[in-house]
Design a protein around this ligand. Sequence first.
Ligand code: ATR
Length: 278
Amino acid sequence: MSNYFVIGNPIDHSLSPLIHNYWFTKYKIKGIYKKKNLQEDNLEVFVQSMRDNNVKGANVTVPFKKKIIPFLDELTKIAEETQSVNTITKKDGKLIGHNTDVTAFGETIKDLKRNENDKPLNSLIIGAGGVTPSILFAIKHLNNSASKIYITNRTKNNADKLLAETSKHFTENLKPKIVEWGNVPKDIELVVNTTSVGLIKDESLDLDFSDYKDMNNVIFYDLIYNPKETKFLSDAIKRRNKTINGKMMFLLQAKQAFFKWTNINVEIDHEVSKILDK
Ligand code: ATR
């Protein structure tokens, strides 16, 4: 039996074990996936357990996505750019850090836009927390040609820091622009909530999107999937915007991690999708 873990602190809320263990059973793989609550001091010990082959693969969540990096041997390009690792694999004795959040988010946007032309989306990212760099780079990779990226965060200083850490990866015409909290740009086609606001039911971001009324081509994307419909999304539905929550992104990042560990390209079936509806 191979051991897999998701490490974080806190970790109780994580639904990753339910998903990965469902796939281990469905695809008849001898694996077991558990949560591990770690103190930062124990990151190195955990990584050593992967080197010693006691652990075959791992997911990494808050607050260790960046802190794990010094203990790994290699990073994929996307993990390097975002300085954020959510999946660890072992190949030829080397521990490799991946970031499947970026590719998962990108896939969901491509799916939403499948029947439309591939033109870049002017985007507004709300927040500057742990997951924000992944969304920033996902949008950068989606929008290879010129388009605007705005970032707004309640504490402007945190957005400044995020840009200082990432701006070397952006060409001049794609450099994200920080906008004051409360000033919603008039020319956006994708708005992503990366903050924790909405995790508590009916909690609401103090931002006014009334200019976007009846614009059914504008996508409002909340990374939160529980609750299924945050106030951010229910307001967008009332305005008749396009909406999506974080459920498919969460499933896709798990699917991509699972593939890296097992080489199995799982199907996202009704059963696994239901797991997140608890
Ligand atoms: P992390 O994801 O790194 O653990 P977090 O505490 O969950 O961090 O917060 C992530 C984001 O939610 C941050 O952008 C935070 O804004 P600040 O930088 O101003 O703290 C944002 N956030 C949390 N509560 C908020 C609120 N009530 N209104 C607006 N933004 C909020």
